[in-house]
Design a protein around this ligand. Sequence first.
Ligand SMILES: C[S@@+](CC[C@H](N)C(=O)[O-])C[C@H]1O[C@@H](n2cnc3c(N)ncnc32)[C@H](O)[C@@H]1O
Length: 218
Amino acid sequence: MTLDPASAELFIRRHTVIASPPIVPEVSLYLATEITPIWQATEAELAAAEVPPPFWAFAWAGGQALARHVLDHPDLVAGRRVLDFGSGSGLCGIAAALAGAACVRAVDIDSIACAVIGINAALNGVVLEIESADIIDGPTRADLILVGDMCYEKPLAARLLRWLRQAVAQGAIVLLGDPGRNYSPAEGVEEIARYLVPTSLELEDRTERSAAVWVLLP
Ligand SMILES: C[S@@+](CC[C@H](N)C(=O)[O-])C[C@H]1O[C@@H](n2cnc3c(N)ncnc32)[C@H](O)[C@@H]1O
């Protein structure tokens, strides 16, 4: 089940504020300031719509590292068709659009994430193609795939990495931003950058995380 766009927008505006991720100050996003209230509000107000937890309300450490890297290396994205997979707030896709991508498709399984991606894109003056779907195992239609902080669940990471390696074999470049999640790939990646990302104790149980940007090898 999905939430209608007007209700999603109302929920987003009621439970978030405009802020910038610590290491990506040039991007503004609608973000939650604390976890518990938005988690509880999602359960209390949106239970009937069976929406997933509000991952979209945070700029995750892996996504921040990837967005920072893209903004600092516009040659990586300039003129390319970019897919921001598991886009959440839209951070990586927005960074790619700001850095000169030919077009950016932001995909997330959560319909509220897709609503916030549209709102956040407009806030930053960029246009993204937004899709709420599980496209794993489907065509990527991209030259460059950005994957911010997606290796947090075993079955998801396994499916995702298998699909991404196929995309690499077909010629796409895949960049992962990851702060050492439990199901990050242990091999078949090359580290191209690393960033120290300030985090909240409540979200990460620590005040900073070291997040890598990896290129997925064939
Ligand atoms: C930890 S968040 C990362 C969000 C963003 N990339 C970032 O780094 O801030 C993971 C996101 O992946 C999305 N997601 C999970 N499974 C997915 C799937 N099969 N297809 C698309 N998106 C998915 C979730 O809804 C969530 O928004």
